[in-house]
Design a protein around this ligand. Structure first.
Ligand SMILES: *[C@@H]1O[C@H](CO)[C@@H](O)[C@H](O)[C@H]1NC(C)=O
Ligand SMILES: *[C@@H]1O[C@H](CO)[C@@H](O)[C@H](O)[C@H]1NC(C)=O
Length: 206
């Protein structure tokens, strides 16, 4: 997800609770690391579900500031969100809106009509990793994350792969930009193929 001045360069932002990969290593800090971001820990008498849903909104809109683990009381909320359909439904909604937007773009056809995709929790879903690691309630563990990455068995987020191929049909070129590092290039390409992503124009690691 990078902002860019080119009008036909678009990107897809999908909901994600997860602070994964190297982005988490380099950018995100846990709330205790930064006392400015303890604002939303007061519960004011709401039920766990209400509190967690509000926390989700705050995190997704980036108002919650830096965070690296989900609130302890929200583990089952997140597990339910991911597994019981809401994650799929939210992803479908965002992908649909993106496609509506894309269909209304007049392409130049000069090879510069590109759509930028992130990988983790956008093209690929790392849900099995997060399920095995407390749904984001544990501090990011680089070793465990790398082990998961090197298995190369992350599957496509269904809404994303559908959008990906719709966009290619419209004439966009897919550019993939990820916070994963150079040592994970070939395994990541292998995983993208395994998940069904072909024909991308460029693949960049940060
Ligand atoms: C489609 O594009 C036109 C011209 O840029 C714009 O006025 C209109 O609001 C767009 N419609 C949608 C649904 O994005
Ligand atoms: C991180 O993951 C590795 C590999 O799964 C594990 O051996 C290690 O104990 C974990 N570290 C922490 C602090 O949980």
């Amino acid at each position: 997800m990078i902002p860019t001045p080119l009008p036909a360069v678009l990107s897809l932002l999908l909901v994600s609770f997860f602070s994964s990969g190297s982005a988490a290593r380099s950018i995100l800090k846990s709330p205790p690391d930064d006392p400015r971001f303890l604002l939303s820990t007061g519960r004011s008498g709401w039920s766990d579900d209400q509190y967690c849903d509000s926390w989700r909104l705050s995190a997704e809109t980036n108002n919650a500031g830096k965070w690296s683990t989900i609130p302890e009381i929200c583990v089952s909320f997140v597990a339910n969100y991911i597994q019981e359909g809401k994650y799929r439904s939210d992803s479908d909604m965002v992908a649909q809106d993106s496609l509506t937007f894309a269909k209304n773009v007049t392409l130049a056809g000069d090879g510069k009509d590109i759509w930028v995709f992130d990988i983790d929790e956008t093209l690929l879903s790392n849900v099995p990793y997060y399920k095995a690691n407390g749904w984001g309630s544990k501090k990011f563990n680089e070793t465990a994350w790398d082990e998961w990455v090197f298995q190369a068995k992350a599957t496509a987020l269904p809404a994303s792969i559908k959008l990906y191929y719709e966009l290619l049909k419209l004439g966009f070129h897919a550019v993939i930009l990820t916070g994963r590092d150079e040592s994970q290039r070939s395994i990541t390409e292998k995983n993208l193929l395994y998940a069904g992503y072909h024909h991308y124009a460029k693949f960049w690691l940060l």
